[in-house]
Design a protein around this ligand. Sequence first.
Ligand code: SF4
Length: 389
Amino acid sequence: MPRWGKPKVDISYEGAEGYAGSDVQQAARLLPPPSERRVDPQLCRGRRAEMDIASGSPGPAWPAVVGGKPSDHRARLSSGEVRQMVKDLECSLPASSVRKAAKDQHSKRQPIACGVQLLSGHSCSYACRYCYIQDWYAFVQPAPTELSGTEVLLALLYNSNWIPSRDFIILGDVCDPFHQNLQVRTMEYIRAVAVLGSPIQFSTKSFITKALCAQLAQWSVAHQCPINGLVTCTTLRHVQQLEPEAPPVEQRMETIRNLSSAGLSTFLFLRPLLPLEPFEDFEQLILAAKAAGAEGVVVGSLRVSRKIYRRLKQAKVVNMERVDELLAAKGQRPEDLTEEQVDIQDEPLRRRVTDFALQCGLAPVRRACCANALGAQMPCRRSDCLASW
Ligand code: SF4
């Protein structure tokens, strides 16, 4: 059926013959520190110039500034190796795929604060009341991105706004990457980009089976590529009112259990942080995530636009007086809200959540990228990266 007036596209998947469970051991989580990880040239097919090999040089360094931020010594691939990977991919792919990759948005996008976005699909049918993507897309069944895994890898390598093997890759910004419509495409994309070794992070409310988690862990170890899973839960009690179509929280806890027992870094994604009434339940939520194997919790913010405000009010479990106060602190009246999203931070509530997480032995962080940084033991290139170790 046409979507948004566009003809339906036929989508095929690379290596979708089934992601069988592998024999990855639980010790997979323990990747060596970034300086000791290596990129296997056989896997990424990147090659250094003969002269560089003879001189022992790692090849051309990255420019001092990439994507507006100072580069550092943490990239495992030199810019020469990335250029060679691009040439290899251009030689191995049909011309139509190379053209598709060059024109695709992954080749041009400016990364957001959490990393370079890898979009395995668009839209979402979970219809969460606080969802900000609904300001851009309707709540409809998501459709996978057209590009194959290899094409999307080439598109990302064309993008000069980031440093492959250094900067973070994120999935889940405009969809749930493990929604059943997107799961196969997402696995294909993760497999394709894992060869770069850039820390990969996804956020999801969907159920991820043990077999898929084992497969992710196997790629993580084989490519020395850290993978961090964020499992979103904002409440245990008010799910029906706030996330009416999303998978049950029991399944999400099972996803935390499957990811963490496969050895992957797993955080509870408590975002948005909502002032709930009449019952707050962050303590039960944190205890449940801890019992399932989460190692930390992202205590996020709340974005409010005119539509989001209206939907939160209709849910009848959000303390709207508190939301109004937080908006007022930003000089914003609810009646003047527009499509523009206002980011509000409830610091007193965040402090209580953070203190409780610490008491339970979970690492609390403010931003998703900090969870990725902690899991990968690699700070991002922002000067204020909160992760420290
Ligand atoms: S799961 Fe995420 S993307 Fe989907 S509706 Fe909920 S908040 Fe939006």
